[in-house]
Design a protein around this ligand. Structure first.
Ligand SMILES: Cc1ncc(COP(=O)(O)O)c(C=O)c1O
Length: 491
């Protein structure tokens, strides 16, 4: 890169579309200083002359100069003018001596774990709209009582003591932890004290936190296969070795797990509603899993991400309520029960993990946002949470039934859609020759959101199927979705 002799020779790259003019000028001058085209000590033209030279407003040049000065790239001396200063960290014995100019292209790399993480195709897209058929991870946001929530929020923000605007507890806001302990006790038989509740940013952060607290690099973790990719990613990020264990009609195949990884440190399961096959783990399998974990000294992570929604059949006890050895760690989330953006979930840890979990949490993001937690606490304590969940349970049950009926009527022989007895989504088995991926692509092109089951398979192949969400879709959207599927599949 040639050094320039006068400012007139300085060639600036053209401005990018949408880039502010002052930011463009600042970036270009900064690069010219860093790569040596503008000499240290060189006097810059006045802002008026520079504005005329580049055909921009003088205020624009002033803004660029102010930023350069704030970062130490130029300095101004009253009545002498503005000069190029040595860039911060510039190692030179003489301020006028310049390092050889060179193109600065960073060769710094990202970590190996993240290099493999970014290959994943599994992530939640931004919800530019809501209620779309057949989005799987969204509750009925249009039915959430926003006015009520806003009133409570206004009251909480106004009346909260000033101390709530300071630092909070890494385990979460005390009154919310008490409300959650009471709720999981009566709703899922999870007996715990408020101290054992760690409030997290959704279930995902609970999984990440547990991976940090409990796993060492190389530890083996049993993972349901097919299973929830968000969990396996969290464990892999902690350096663990994820061992895929097949799922049969009773749930995770414990005997197969013992065979492939007898000394596993942890097992992750979704027993109330297996992700994505929707299998409910039987009582016998629960006992088998609990007794293996107690014998092996392994942790069981029980993810009950949507256990509130059970529409028929016998209620299922949580693994946590059956555990006598203290091996089960229970994970729940309000993102599925209320609305996604709330990002509040929780984990129930044994007493001996409370301190470690709080310390690990404090180094991730200190603590959850206190005032949002306070709003949720009021929402629960005033009875609105219970009412909302009961109402949604009826609505989701109706939606599940409608989807099964519509599919039966219009997709028979093409797609076998199960009538979900629980949760927010169901499985649709493909009965024609079209592949899962081709069907997914065509459905997306036609404006639907579907999730191919194979995306959650690691080793044990499944028959071709899609996961279809129904909870967030109203009746007309469900009907529209089914007719789009019919059109695609009849082609
Ligand atoms: C099985 C399972 N666990 C955990 C999560 C993450 O939940 P959250 O959005 O609360 O982080 C999801 C999200 O869909 C899920 O399906």
């Amino acid at each position: 890169m040639p050094k320039i002799e006068t400012f007139q020779d300085l060639v600036l790259e053209p401005r990018q579309e949408g880039q502010e003019i002052w930011r463009w000028l600042y970036t270009e001058l900064r690069s010219a200083i860093i790569d040596g085209r503008l000499k240290i000590g060189a006097r810059l033209p006045s802002t008026r002359n520079l504005a005329a030279q580049y055909g921009v407003a003088r205020g624009t040049v002033v803004a660029a100069f102010e930023q350069l000065q704030a970062e130490g790239f130029i300095s101004s001396e009253v009545s002498a003018g503005t000069f190029v200063a040595p860039p911060p960290g510039w190692e030179t014995t003489s301020h006028t001596e310049q390092k050889p100019s060179r193109q600065l292209v960073s060769r710094a790399t990202i970590g190996k774990r993240t290099q493999s993480l970014i290959k994943t195709t599994f992530f939640f897209p931004v919800s530019h709209s809501i209620g779309k058929a057949f989005r799987g991870h969204e509750p009925a946001i249009d039915l959430f009582p926003i006015e009520l929530w806003a009133r409570i929020a206004a009251r909480v923000y106004r009346k909260a003591p000033r101390s709530l605007y300071g630092n909070g507890d890494a385990g979460g806001y005390g009154p919310l932890r008490r409300a959650i302990a009471e709720y999981v006790g009566h709703s899922r038989g999870v007996r715990c004290s408020a101290e054992q509740i760690i409030v997290t940013s959704g279930a995902q952060q609970a999984l990440d936190l547990l991976a940090r607290v409990l796993l060492d690099p190389g530890d083996e973790v049993w993972m349901e296969d097919p299973g929830y990719p968000g969990a396996s990613q969290a464990f892999q990020n902690a350096g663990a070795s994820v061992i895929p264990i097949p799922v049969d009609r009773d749930g995770i195949d414990v005997a197969s797990g013992i065979k492939s990884s007898p000394a596993a440190r942890m097992v992750y399961v979704t027993p109330a509603n297996q992700f994505p096959l929707k299998i409910v783990m039987t009582g016998e399998r629960r006992v088998e899993l609990l007794s293996w974990a107690a014998r092996a000294g392994a942790w069981i992570i029980e993810d009950e991400y949507d256990a509130e929604y059970r529409y028929s059949g016998k209620p299922v006890a949580s693994l946590h309520s059956l555990d006598r050895s203290g091996s089960v760690i229970y994970v729940g989330t309000f993102t599925k029960m209320l609305f996604n953006a709330l990002r509040i979930g929780f984990v129930v840890v044994p007493e001996r993990l409370v301190k470690a979990s709080k310390i690990a949490r404090s180094f991730m993001d200190r603590h959850p946002p206190t005032l949002d937690q306070a709003v949720l606490t009021e929402f629960i304590n005033e009875g609105h949470f219970g009412r909302h969940v009961r109402k949604m349970r009826q609505i989701y049950s109706d939606r599940s039934q409608l989807l099964a009926e519509e599919a039966n009527r219009r997709l028979s022989g093409l797609l076998d859609v199960e009538h979900a007895q629980s949760g927010m989504s169901t499985v649709a088995w493909i009965k024609t020759h079209v592949t899962e991926m081709a069907l997914t692509r065509r459905a997306e092109e036609a404006g639907l959101e579907v999730y191919p089951i194979s995306s959650s398979v690691t080793k044990y192949e499944q028959k071709p199927a899609l996961m279809l969400g129904f909870a967030g879709c109203n009746a007309s959207e469900i009907k529209r979705g089914v007719s789009v599927l019919e059109a695609i599949l009849s082609r």
